[in-house]
Write a protein that binds this ligand. Structure first.
Ligand code: CS2
Length: 479
């Protein structure tokens, strides 16, 4: 492997691919080859290639950001994964990525990859906001890139736009459609992807997509902080080479996939993936417990002056709040044989506390408007429906609104930032503000959450954050 530039002769033991990467063709196109993909799906694919081979290497495609291509292309797709936890795990060189492209630089090659008969699966980690689909209206969001692509004559630049374009070409060429696998943190991610494609496509294509394109759902999990210079320095020191695409993640990893791959698939189970008929309980568990607690720790933790997840979870008040939120969320998770939610919660607290992970709260705090509906509001609604107070969820939601207000000066990274700031400029009392924010998130005036006393609870916490000691306020929702 001389693709990574050697800087010294030294270095630790490195786990290398047990297959000859160049002997395997591209079979998967992945949209969004960022850190999470490199710590997750690519690692499972690497294990599958080692176990069973096949033409299943991955072509990574970014839409606009050139960072992944600039880091991976000079290394022929190879990169190093560090797994940071209590046990020493050797660095692992991943060979599953065959090439990496950027749509804005190389539309021709990207469309070739998406339409090639050799491409049998297209996977996606494009973040929640990239789908541009509104479940409430069942249509694309007005003004979103996807909606503009649909109505405009130009070459599409949105995720949904290029996928539909590729499907149109495949249909015209008589090429079988690939399986499309969303790996984003959305409930029913396959259903959302499919609904967005159908909303975009013209009637003739819509019918063909509805009949022929499989969109299984899956639940993905691995805590992967954004890589920093320190990640690269550590790899240089440990491995003796310079790796611009190196990443560090926790050792834990989970992938639960609905087994619907008529076009074939790699033996991802070789990397530990679970294939099931119904992913929904796993999604509810992970989104409500892990991601819900993450967002709660992010906003309440930043309010209390912390920077990292491990610092926030070491704070007793915040840890109690996160545990309460997870216990409450667990009540809303459908029961599945073999699932132990109390143990899952304890494991999550330990994962959040991993001393080797510098996971910035600010990273999790981004795009709250896209995350909180499934992480906080859906579980809160289910709890209220069952007569519970959903107090920890009310605290998390208040902490988010507080975070937005605190950063109203412009440092909020959220596609709805502008609309939300407008709410703060015009809404009156605390409860009115909360209702107006819920309205922005698409909740109707008759939604069980909007009409319940939960709104007053959120408003009371919000007042507390604005005028009191955050730690005291946080203490109110803990048991
Ligand atoms: C996090 C997730 O940034 C976030 O919003 O909650 O990226 C989380 O780390 C992953 O879902 C873990 O699997």
């Amino acid at each position: 492997m001389n693709q990574l530039q050697s800087v010294s002769d030294g270095g630790a033991e490195i786990a290398r691919p047990a297959y000859h990467p160049a002997a395997h063709g591209i079979g998967i196109v992945h949209l969004g080859p960022g850190a999470f993909h490199r710590a997750h799906q690519a690692v499972y694919t690497d294990a599958a290639l080692s176990a069973e081979g096949g033409n299943w290497r991955i072509a990574g495609v970014s839409l606009r950001s050139t960072g992944a291509e600039d880091a991976l292309a000079p290394q022929n797709g190879f990169y190093t994964l560090l797994q940071d936890g209590p046990e020493q795990i050797p660095p692992r060189l991943i060979g599953a990525v065959g090439e990496c492209r950027t749509l804005s630089r190389d539309r021709g090659r990207v469309m070739e990859l998406l339409t090639s008969p050799a491409t049998r699966i297209i996977t996606l980690t494009v973040t929640e906001k990239a789908y541009g689909f509104d479940r409430a209206t069942g249509d694309l969001i007005p003004g979103h890139d996807a909606e503009r692509d649909r109505s405009g004559p130009r070459d599409p630049s949105s995720v949904i736009g290029i996928l539909v374009e590729a499907l149109r070409h495949r249909r015209a060429a008589g090429t079988a459609p690939p399986t499309l696998l969303s790996c984003d943190n959305l409930p029913d991610n396959g259903t959302v992807l499919r609904a967005a494609l159908l909303a975009y496509a013209d009637p003739a294509l819509r019918d063909w997509i509805a009949r022929t394109v499989p969109c299984p759902s899956c639940m993905v999990d691995r805590i992967t902080p954004a890589p920093t210079d320190r990640t690269r320095t550590r790899v240089a020191k440990l491995c003796g080479y310079e790796d611009r695409a190196a990443i560090a993640a926790e050792p834990f990893s989970q992938w639960v996939i609905e087994d619907r791959f008529p076009t074939g698939r790699p033996a991802w189970e070789a990397g530990g993936a679970q294939f099931v008929t119904d992913v929904a309980p796993f999604e509810a568990m992970k989104l409500g417990m892990l991601n819900g607690a993450h967002s709660c720790l992010a906003y309440a933790g930043l309010a209390a002056g912390h920077q990292l997840v491990r610092e926030a979870v070491a704070d007793p008040g915040l840890r109690a709040l996160a545990a309460r939120l997870m216990d409450d969320a667990a009540r809303t998770v459908p029961v599945v044989a073999g699932m132990d939610l109390a143990r899952y919660r304890d494991d999550l607290i330990a994962r959040f506390a991993n001393p080797a992970m510098d996971h910035a709260l600010a990273q999790i705090a981004m795009d709250g408007s896209q995350k909180l509906p499934q992480r906080i509001l859906d579980p809160a609604r289910a709890l209220i429906g069952d007569g519970h107070a959903a107090a920890a969820h009310a605290m998390a939601f208040a902490a988010w609104i507080h975070h937005l207000r605190q950063n109203a000066g412009g440092s909020v990274s959220d596609p709805m930032a502008e609309a939300l700031m407008q709410v703060f400029r015009t809404a009156g009392t605390g409860a009115e503000t909360v209702r107006a924010v819920l309205g922005q998130l698409g909740l109707s005036r008759s939604d069980a959450l909007t009409v319940s006393g939960w709104v007053d609870r959120v408003a009371m916490n919000l007042d507390g954050f604005a005028s009191g000691d955050p730690s005291d306020v946080i203490g109110r929702a803990a048991p």
